[in-house]
Unconditional design. Sequence first.
Length: 163
Amino acid sequence: KICDLSGWKVGTDKFQQTNELFITIWRRLQDEGDENNDGKISIDEWLQMWQNFNEQCIKQSKKDNEEPPERKLPEWLEQYIEYKFNLYDRTGDGKVDAEEFEYVLSDFGVPPKDARCAFLMFSCNNTKKVDLDYFKELCIDYYRSDDISALGNFITGKLDFND
């Protein structure tokens, strides 16, 4: 479906790369999260996977004196984030603008007004360039932060978190 939304036809390089990426991501996700090997990842398995990952990060950062553990992501998720950035960056210029963000999210049912508001929030009223490095920071906030006001919480275009 993602390839269809992006206009990538079966057999094209983009289609093939995306298909291979998602197969790789799913295999890694299964390796880390599918504890009972049923081909699915339950809510409990998902939560346990993140708990295990967090514990590994804490141990590793204490050992290596590296970046804070809450700023790390699993490798499969880093690959997904890079893919997601490239999906948003429709023009391929290395940054995402409000129009690109709105266009992509419209394919996922996000109202244009919500997408624009979310973009304004995480781009700090268009003062912050949304390049890959900044997008990764936002994604780290989205996936790892407990702060409900973290700017990364808006990368999906969702503005209301009460449901």
